[in-house]
Design a binder for this molecule. Structure first.
Ligand SMILES: Cc1ncc(C[n+]2csc(CCOP(=O)(O)OP(=O)(O)O)c2C)c(N)n1
Ligand code: SF4
Ligand code: SF4
Ligand code: SF4
Ligand SMILES: [Mg+2]
Length: 370
């Protein structure tokens, strides 16, 4: 029989930061948050290979660095090639008994550095079967250089090179499906993730680095600056991207698809689009077009997936809960009900989408996970 185990954030992740505070990311940067969580999940036996882009710029302004682990900066285009070289070099050193460690090579790049200029190097590294993890932080444009469109910019988004105005309606092409491209290489592990679902993200990173061979994680990294959204909307926008089906969270393991969060009903895409200035100009016709596309892509994903509700379960530890109500406010689905002052709250599992927001909100460790 499996024993249920209560875990706390500290026991799950440890308190050590590997992407240290003091970096120069904008307020509310989803990319910095995602990288921090990824690094915490990776631990210290790692070599980070980081393309030029926001993450590198905010974290490595000489004479300062936020990196508490071995880290190398690469060009915009060659992250996967540099990672391949390091991994191959480590193999040789091991063979010659000059290196006995178990450090994992982890490449990191933005959507431009991955889906555009870096895709050739990445495809080659996947095809050669290097033992490394590649993480793409997808903020849906070239943010570091001033919000230029990339092939991962969504249809209709206004950027400085796809500006909405009299002659243009924003980005005219559909977002490139980079996780599908990675999966088409037949590599052992591909996943999508978002820091608005931190436990899901951490689990996937740990799974990916335990795998022998190439693995790929595509992370939606909300960028308040480039998306023209309030800095405090990062977590909510990530949740909305998932709950509308715009950015579903799934894994592809040896070709088998698992949808990690499946909703009885998707929220309308408008709930997500209307919160961002980059979509402000969209006409109702364009919103309907986006809705149709999301509906059909989500249906296709569900057709491929062995649908699994996340295997975790959240519950209230009654003797620790004085009913402060923080989790009630944090829950996006009204799945936690306050029973009155000084009484423990009640969690309705039928309504729970396992987002983990209540767990993050509780200051008293009164929410358990099993
Ligand atoms: C060959 C080359 N072209 C252009 C640049 C300039 N450049 C540096 S970062 C960047 C955009 C990065 O975009 P992305 O990979 O999406 O990362 P983000 O900044 O959005 O996190 C560009 C165009 C460069 N460094 N090298
Ligand atoms: S521009 Fe966007 S991705 Fe870059 S540091 Fe600012 S919020 Fe983060
Ligand atoms: S995990 Fe917590 S916050 Fe999220 S839906 Fe379930 S009860 Fe609500
Ligand atoms: S946040 Fe924690 S202590 Fe407060 S009501 Fe929720 S479970 Fe109880
Ligand atoms: Mg980008």
């Amino acid at each position: 029989m499996m024993e249920s185990q209560v875990i706390s954030a500290a026991s799950l992740l440890g308190t050590k930061e590997y992407l240290a505070p003091g970096h120069r990311a904008c307020l509310g940067c989803g990319e910095a948050l995602a990288a921090r969580l990824v690094c915490k999940a990776l631990g210290e036996e790692v070599i980070i290979v980081n393309a030029t882009g926001c993450l590198e710029i905010i974290s490595s302004q000489l004479p300062y660095t936020s990196w508490e682990v071995p880290w190398i900066h690469t060009l915009f285009e060659n992250t996967a090639a540099v990672a391949s070289g390091i991994e191959a070099g480590m193999k040789v050193l091991k063979r010659k008994e000059r290196y006995e460690g178990k450090a994992k090579v982890v490449a990191m790049a933005g959507d431009g550095g991955t889906a555009d200029i870096g895709v050739q190097a990445l495809s080659g590294a996947f095809e050669r079967g290097h033992n490394f993890l590649y993480v793409c932080y997808d903020n849906e444009a070239y943010m570091n250089t001033g919000i230029q469109r990339s092939s991962a910019t969504p249809f209709g988004a206004s950027t400085t090179t796809s500006p909405a105005g009299k002659v243009s309606m924003g980005q005219a092409t559909w977002k490139k499906n980079m996780p599908a491209i990675a999966a088409a290489h037949g590599i052992p592990y591909v996943a999508t993730a978002c820091p608005s679902y931190p436990f899901d993200l951490i689990t996937k990173v740990r799974k990916a680095i335990a795998i022998e061979g190439p693995s790929y994680i595509h992370i939606l990294a909300v960028c308040p600056t480039g998306w023209r959204a309030p800095a405090d909307s990062t977590i909510e926008l990530g949740r909305l991207a998932v709950e509308t089906g715009i950015f579903p969270l799934y894994e592809v393991e040896a070709g088998k698809y698992t949808l990690n969060f499946d909703f009885p009903e998707l929220r309308p895409v408008e709930d997500y689009l209307k919160r961002q200035g980059r979509f402000r100009h969209l006409s109702p016709e364009m919103v309907s077009k986006i809705q149709e596309r999301v509906n059909s892509e989500y249906a296709e994903l569900k057709r491929k997936a062995t649908v699994s509700k996340a295997s975790i379960r959240y519950y209230i530890i009654e003797d620790k809960c004085p009913g402060c109500g923080l989790c009630v406010n944090a829950c996006p689905r009204e799945a936690i009900i306050a029973m009155g002052k000084k009484k423990p709250v009640v969690l309705d599992e039928a309504k729970c989408i396992k987002c983990g927001a209540c767990y993050d909100a509780c200051r008293l460790g009164a929410i358990g996970v099993e």
